[in-house]
Design a protein around this ligand. Structure first.
Ligand SMILES: [Zn+2]
Length: 237
């Protein structure tokens, strides 16, 4: 019953289709965050998996594309990014990738927040406990823990995981073709803006953004907000 109500409450479903170099991007945006399906020649990759109870929304898009989800790449262990991963894994037998420094929180179904601004504090002490009471995800133990700057190939697509700590210890950006998926390192409400509401370490957030300048990408996709940025957007704020 909860899943039906929660879905009605939080899911504003906007599925689009964007063509990139080799892979095709299918963004799935909800009121509480975004995830991304990347279509390769034979398979689907998923970057993040939204809050719990969004698995059917994601699987519906995958079924329409008619290719299997083979791997979920998680940007970090916050429930609005990994919440539906367990259910999608159960239904597709896909792999799940997460950085080792966020692995324990993910296995335990936790969302750790250290430092906040005022808005972040409200979210931490009021909104998150309410959301966890009704939608807390259960952990997943069988997953692939990655280390700093890990790379893999799926079909004809190269996926580079870049360790960008700061929001959480194990936050990762994924570089796929010319697309950079940044999770909560930045948000995209009208522009690309470095995320300043929650942090494990504020200084590390700034250092992670600066470090990204060495990589070759043209588009930035955030975990929250609809704005798709380019590389220059990241370095003007
Ligand atoms: Zn987060």
């Amino acid at each position: 019953m909860y899943s039906f109500n929660i879905k009605l409450l939080i899911t504003i479903f906007i599925a689009g289709r964007l063509m990139c170099n080799c892979a095709t991007l299918h963004p799935i945006r909800t009121a509480l965050g975004s995830c991304y399906i990347i279509e390769t020649s034979k398979s689907l990759l998923l970057v993040d998996s939204l809050w719990p109870h969004n698995e059917n929304t994601i699987l519906k898009v995958a079924n329409e594309i008619k290719k299997p989800i083979v791997c979920i790449f998680l940007t970090h262990a916050h429930a609005d990014h990994y919440g539906s991963a367990k259910e999608i894994k159960a239904k597709t037998d896909c792999d799940i990738v997460i950085h080792q420094d966020d692995g324990v929180d993910f296995e335990m179904g936790k969302t750790s927040i250290e430092h906040t601004d005022f808005l972040g504090m409200i979210m931490k002490i009021i909104c998150l406990p309410i959301m966890e009471m009704i939608t807390r995800p259960s952990g997943v133990k069988q997953n692939i823990c990655i280390y700093d700057n890990w790379q893999t190939n799926i079909d004809d697509t190269i996926i580079l995981a870049i360790h960008t700590p700061g929001h959480t210890k194990g936050s990762v950006c994924y570089l796929i073709d010319d697309m950079l998926f940044v999770g909560d390192l930045a948000d995209g409400y009208g522009k690309i803006q470095i995320q300043r509401h929650f942090a494990n370490n504020w200084t590390e957030i700034t250092n992670s953004v600066k470090m990204l300048i060495q990589y070759k990408y043209t588009q930035i996709f955030t975990g929250h907000g609809n704005y798709v940025g380019n590389k220059n957007d990241f370095f003007v704020n």
